[in-house]
Design a protein around this ligand. Sequence first.
Ligand code: MOS
Length: 756
Amino acid sequence: MAYDASDDPRQLFGRPTPRIDGVAKVTGAARYASDEPVANPAYAYLVTSAVARGRVAGFDLDQARAAPGFIDVLTHENVGGQVKTNPDPAGKPDNTTTLESDKIWHDGQIIAVVLAESFEAARDAAHRVGVRYAAEAPSASFDSPGVQVEAHKPQTPDAKKGDAAGAFEGAPVKVEARYSTPTQHHNPIELFTTTCVWDGPKLTIYEPTQSMWGLKGGLAKQLSLDPKDVRTVSRFVGGAFGSKGSPTGRTAWIALAAKRLNRPVKLIASRDQGFTIATYRAETRQQVKLGATRDGKLVSFFHEGWEVTSRPSGYNVAGVETTARMYACPNIATAVNVVHADRNTPGFMRAPPETPYMFGLESAMDELAYALNMDPVELRRVNDTQTDPVDGRPFSSRSLMPCFDQAAARFGWSRRDPKPGAMRDGDWQVGWGCATACYPSNIGPAAARLSLTPSGKAAIQLAGHEIGTGAYTTVAVTVAHALGLKVEDVTVTMGDSDLPPVPVAGGSNNAASTTNVAYKACQMVRDRVAGAAVKAQDSPFHGADPAALRLQDGLLRGPGNLSEPLDKAVARTGGRLEVYAENIPAGLPPSAAQGLYEGKMVMSRGTGRKDVTAFAFGAHFVEMRVHVRTREARVGRVVSAFAAGTIVNPTTAHSQFMSGAIWGLSAALHEATEIDADAARYVNDNLADYLLPVNADVPPIEIIMVPEKDDRVNPLGVKGIGEIGITGMNAAVANAVFHATGKRIRDLPIRVEHLL
Ligand code: MOS
């Protein structure tokens, strides 16, 4: 390679790289949290409430105590009060899954923890625990008597501009419709596990988590420990999707159990328990009103949502913050309401706000296109904007229409006959639909330790999270390319809170946060090597400008085609070459650094910046086929295009985009947690009855990565890609179903009975 003096680090990226941890994963060498060997563990099994509302009147424990292998049982009667309430990320009390009192907030709440000599013995003893309930009739969801509805408490004021009601009234073309999305559960293949080990005052927690330092800080608070005494370890996470982002109630109880027994304790919760001891995507209802001129320009946008949450928590996702920013519009009004029911507290699930709320917006946009007799792609073009319609800030970059145009061309959209039901293939009605995808580009403060040896081996340590996204590889390619090494010369250590903190692996911030701090560390290493070289008599760079020197191709290189071997250049820095980098993204307050070390969820949000609004954008095109007699709906093909700034590793990026698109198909056609309205209980709480797409449900999916250089989102131009793929896909499917059949389905998932 020729010497490259470019200071644009974005040119370092874009080379397809297989996962560096791929072999470890497929051979079983990768250690997931519950694989960590601990000496002589006792096993925990959870007893969960069989009623959704009321109190525990008492326990009958004799039979459990008599079970073979029984050791101990924890309930609110013997250990309640030893754990502080479980703080949710926003600091609100969220104690619906703890054992602190006899209060039952929801079905499946943890009410006792049984400890025994083996998993089987603990399960057996747990099944022998008798519980007497003082039960009350629960409220399950939206239409249940007894739910409490209130306006949500937004982090930033709800988007409002102009006179949306007046403009809607006067608009020549209008669409007004209600939509709904169902309850969904993450069902990561790796179950919710916790293993706790005490060594004197020091507690080690092996638990799959998306937030090593968040779990550490959260547990220290719950157990009144010095955070220095709490260590969390999770080298690999077997799927999370948001469900392992915030501390849940179980961890403190396992820590407490290990303390009481003076012995490691291991919990592996069952699949059905995972539905109620962790979080889920709450069901939503939405109303959308769009008013437009006859040439398709939006004049009024109104979006209101209702979301279910637990009794004590105000958790909500409020996707109107995103939908209000999608298209140019002078008059905007939005609102969100929370509906408190006797349910466990919901939480993040892949694109928490955008997955449900973009369904409402992008369905309504399709309805508007039909009302206008306008092509739906052209409707997006007419309303495209480079300025945030709510705040008036520029988008850091916005390549929505290039995504639509490239995907449309590839899909063959120009051959579409817009008339519903017009396209037919034998016994199948064929429909083509499209929708916008988007996700805000977030970045958090992060730290990393990086070393480089004279033999050209780099090692980087950070408490990052591999939740299946390829995070080890993302960091490895950054270091390799920035230091001019091969990827295999870089060792990445993550998944341990003893390492420098990085933010929660959520909100699609991971790639931006970790690559930017890793790059910063590489620059510090480069500065040390270059600084030593220009001072050295024996270097070809003696007296040169250190800023002009680069680590490339295993050499220290500079202008004039001069170079010197890495071993000489590194050895000259003296001792061990190691740096500690901290990256606090521009615009965050100085307190962000402290928050990082306290495990707080501090982030520069794509919608919350002063300088720009930052989103990644995309476009989905879907062919749906609906059988004329059986009404079976099948996906024919998919083309999705995304522009997400610098693509760090196209190999793993492709997987993220494609898996998101598949989940979007699932959200449209398969997935829903069914709720027993009388018992406020999840019915299909297993992988047999919780419908997911299998390979035969998923057609060829073509992913287009539209090149995009973003100068403003962050120094490396990296936008998040983990969540955008799922967004809008549910609407693209529903829009294609409408085109195929003439039936507008506004309630997900779309099922045979809706198409009769
Ligand atoms: Mo993701 S739902 O932000 O963990």
